[in-house]
Design a binder for this molecule. Structure first.
Ligand code: THU
Length: 157
């Protein structure tokens, strides 16, 4: 039997089309790219999460001389959030990247390892986590992490 999976997501022409909270989250993701330590790749990623209580936390990618033993921006902020606020649901995550001081022309999509951790945030919250991917041009909004990883590893459950 042949089966098919389709995902729906939104493409916006600019950040001006975002809802106010999503715009605030994306702005914070962009702001925190300044904390990126990325002398090896030159790729400065920022990620910001919105909590159910309205609080925003953010982090940037951190590289290390023993490259690639660093950590992506998304997992940096997610692991910190899980540690500091283990019981507060995450409702959204915004991701953006710069090369030098210029935003990328295309949205930066999270790597597979980060998506798996984002899925954990969604499972812990028991509700979809919205993903907002910024760039100098278009913005992509994905309504649920599950949409990015429909065949997720879940055999420990
Ligand atoms: N990186 C992130 O922080 N997030 C992603 O989703 C993709 C990649 C980082 C890892 C590394 O420091 C640099 O970007 C280049 O891969």
């Amino acid at each position: 039997m042949k089966k098919e999976i389709t995902i729906e997501y939104q493409e916006l022409a600019s950040a001006a089309e975002l809802e106010a909270d999503d715009k605030r989250l994306l702005d914070e993701a962009e702001r925190i790219t300044s904390a990126s330590h990325s002398p090896y790749s030159g790729f400065h990623v920022g990620a910001a999460v919105m909590l159910g209580n309205g609080e925003i936390l953010s982090a940037a990618n951190q590289e290390n001389e023993a490259f690639p033993s660093g950590l992506c921006a998304e997992r940096s902020v997610l692991f910190y959030t899980f540690s500091k606020f283990p019981d507060v649901p995450i409702t959204a995550i915004a991701i953006v990247a710069k090369r030098g001081d210029r935003l990328t022309d295309e949205p930066t999509r999270p790597c597979a390892a980060c998506i798996q951790v984002m899925l954990d945030a969604e499972n812990r919250a028991g509700k979809p986590v919205k993903i907002i991917l910024g760039s100098a041009g278009k913005i992509e909004v994905i309504n649920s992490v599950h949409d990015l990883l429909p065949f997720a590893f879940n055999n420990l459950k």
